[in-house]
Design a protein. Structure first.
Lengths: 161, 203
């Protein structure tokens, strides 16, 4: 079970964190571009044989967007637009492949985290974004690792048993 | 109230709205019925106090060390932990994990108890090495069948929350006598680490 709203939701949250470091006037165009791209991609017929590649791209996009919070000088105009387009396309593709279209309504609002995030950055509290962004990177890298490992060893006695 | 002061409740409201809009029951307890998924992953770190103590200690030590490590340590730990988890999933050999985890609790507790102002590179190295051991142990426990991604999300979120809890305890340092309390807590963690180490080596 890896489809549904979770991967796109995490990707949208990562974009929200990244856009918090972008110029304020870019937020509305970026969110519009992302939503349009997500909607368009969700309407396309994605071959099921692309399953692994689509999820791989989605998780790597989470890493890219969440890593952008650490860029010195913030997220520039072009990068903000590029990340937004990328996020929209991968969100739509994952939902077209392994979700329902209503998952867009669940996932896309998380990109609005850029609004409170922008206020936090303006007040010099960027650590409240950088730390959760690192959690998203960790989850995405774990998901990629899981994808590359055919089976995980789970449910053996652990280090406390 | 000035303009900036008004922006904080607005920011909180917008954050709440974003999260509420995204709420979805399928995030928890999905999959095959095996004990996997978000809730299982979230509560797992709370069931073993070795991991719990180490995570809180990372945040607390970061609070002692101040900028930039107050941010760097909680950021580095999850990233390196993933590398350890990947090693665990791949069954790569690693020195005894139980000993490594016990040593992490002991060293982090001592660092807090002694208020050790480690250089940036040393603090990052220490936390990074310990993160590999914690990640390795938990990488081996990732469920195969029952929503491993939901499990991973819960697990990482709980780990990060424990870091934040440590940072929150570290706020005590700004109060009169607070540093004594937090250093005392560090001493307690170190004693627990000694016991864990004894258990790993002898018991």
């Amino acid at each position: 079970m890896r489809g549904g709203a979770l991967p796109p939701a995490l990707l949208c949250a990562a974009l929200g964190f990244a856009l918090a470091f972008a110029p304020r006037r870019m937020i509305a165009p970026c969110l519009t571009l992302m939503a349009a791209a997500a909607l368009a991609a969700s309407l396309t017929a994605v071959p099921t044989s692309w399953d692994d590649a689509i999820f791989f791209g989605c998780w790597l996009s989470v890493v890219a967007a969440a890593s952008a919070v650490h860029l010195p000088g913030g997220v520039g105009r072009r990068l903000a637009l590029g990340l937004s387009l990328n996020t929209g396309l991968w969100c739509g593709a994952v939902i077209a492949l392994a979700g329902a279209r209503r998952d867009l309504l669940v996932s896309l609002p998380l990109s609005l985290l850029c609004l409170p995030g922008h206020l936090l950055v303006a007040r010099g509290r960027s650590m409240f974004l950088k730390v959760p962004a690192s959690w998203l990177i960790a989850v995405a890298l774990l998901a990629v690792s899981l994808q590359l490992a055919p089976t995980t060893p789970g449910y053996r006695p652990d280090h406390m048993d | 109230m000035n303009g900036t002061g008004r922006q904080v409740p607005v920011a909180a409201l917008m954050a709440c709205l974003a999260v509420i809009c995204a709420a979805h029951p399928a995030v928890a307890h999905t999959g095959t019925g095996l004990p996997g998924g978000f809730a299982s992953g979230f509560f797992h770190p709370l069931t073993g106090f070795d991991h719990l103590l180490a995570m809180v200690s990372v945040g607390l030590w970061g609070a002692f060390l101040g900028r930039p490590l107050i941010v760097a340590l909680p950021v580095i730990f999850p990233a390196v932990m993933v590398a350890g988890a990947a090693m665990g999933m791949a069954n790569l050999p690693l020195p005894p994990v139980e000993v490594g985890i016990a040593v992490s609790v002991l060293v982090l507790g001592l660092a807090i108890a002694l208020a050790w102002k480690a250089p940036i590179w040393a603090a990052c190295l220490i936390v990074g090495v310990f993160a590999i051991f914690h990640g390795y142990a938990h990488g081996k426990e990732l469920p195969s069948a029952a929503d491993p991604i939901g499990y991973a999300v819960g697990f990482v979120l709980c780990t990060g929350s424990l870091h934040v809890a440590g940072l929150g305890i570290g706020l005590l340092n700004a109060r009169p006598g607070g540093a004594t309390v937090t250093r005392g807590l560090g001493a307690g963690v170190a004693i627990a680490g000694l016991w864990l180490l004894y258990r790993a080596l002898v018991a």
